[in-house]
Design a protein around this ligand. Structure first.
Ligand code: CP
Length: 304
């Protein structure tokens, strides 16, 4: 039995295979419409979500399976003090696979140690978000045609942004990747992520101004400054509008730039950018459903 807790739980070959399956599902949905007949996915979301939960549920439905679960901790017995380990042991009696989001870093590792069915980390605090990373990798492959030889700008909250941490770890395994880390001083990438990049001999630079580097990028990955990760509201207010990608800044970018964002966005991308063909973030959300279909199939061991 396999779980997916961290993107590094998957080899590059396995990721390539998932991307291939997702592309085949996109091209031939009918071929996959019954591969999960009789199977159930439980979505246990102790933290809010739109894309991750609903794309997992849509993915399972499109594979012929069923879904059950909860979308907030307050409607589960966690509100009565039940531990996450007890919750997954019980839900494992009702479902064949679990996707779980939890505000505490490491909660999915603890859950996986007792869970009788495969568990997928759908985001744990400011730590990891491996299925967003799979979504991002499929998006990069679809939009840029390759996963190597890329200059990737990551902009915004790089300290608490779990999607950023997972993406850096994943892309560091591909050839000729350079990261441009664009953040205010207070929201820089954590030291352990930098240590990983040093270990993997991955080139990166840290800057504060998006304008100075936007013209050098193949991919610009924007992120939200996350109010829910701050202890101090004044710090959030001071930093929340550090970056706003607008049509003026897009004029400085390459014609083939790919703008990504895990969403939700608040102010960091102006709505006027949405109609620019380089804005890939809504297509990115769509790709998320297909790669989650491929992942569910892999962890359940089913084939078309
Ligand atoms: N990208 C992402 O994780 O979005 P949700 O929080 O809406 O699931």
């Amino acid at each position: 039995m396999r779980h997916l807790i961290d993107i590094l739980d998957l080899t590059i070959e396995e990721i390539d295979q998932l991307i291939e399956t997702a592309e085949d599902i996109m091209a031939n949905p009918a071929k996959y419409a019954h591969v999960c007949d009789g199977k159930k996915l439980a979505t246990l979301f102790f933290e809010p979500s739109t894309r991750t939960r609903l794309s997992f549920e849509a993915a399972m439905m499109e594979l012929g399976g069923n879904v059950l679960g909860f979308s907030e901790a307050s409607s589960s017995s966690a509100s009565k003090g039940e531990s996450v380990c007890d919750t997954v042991q019980v839900v494992g009696c009702y479902a064949d696979i679990i996707a779980m989001r939890h505000p505490k870093e490491g909660a999915p590792v603890a859950a996986a140690s007792v869970c009788p069915v495969p568990i997928i980390n759908a985001g744990d605090g400011g730590h990891n978000h491996p299925t967003q990373t799979l979504t991002d990798l499929l998006t990069i492959r679809k939009e840029k045609g390759r996963l190597n030889q890329l200059v990737i700008g990551l902009c915004g909250d790089l300290q608490f942004g779990r999607t950023v941490h997972s993406l850096i770890n994943a892309m560091s395994r591909y050839k000729s990747i350079r990261f441009v880390l664009i953040s205010p001083n207070e929201l820089k990438v954590p030291e352990y992520i930098k240590e990983n990049m040093h270990r993997d001999k991955v080139s990166y630079m840290e800057v504060e101004r998006l304008e100075d580097v936007i013209g050098t990028l193949d991919i610009l990955y924007m992120t939200r400054v996350q109010r829910e990760r701050f202890f101090n509201e004044a710090d959030y207010v001071r930093l929340k509008d550090s970056y706003i990608l607008d049509t003026e800044k897009m004029k400085m970018a390459r014609k083939d730039l790919c703008v990504m964002h895990p969403l939700p966005r608040v102010n960091e991308i102006s709505r006027a950018v949405d109609s620019d063909p380089r804005a890939a973030y809504f297509r990115q959300a769509m790709y998320g459903k297909y790669i989650r279909e491929a992942l569910i199939m892999k962890l359940l061991g089913v084939e078309a």
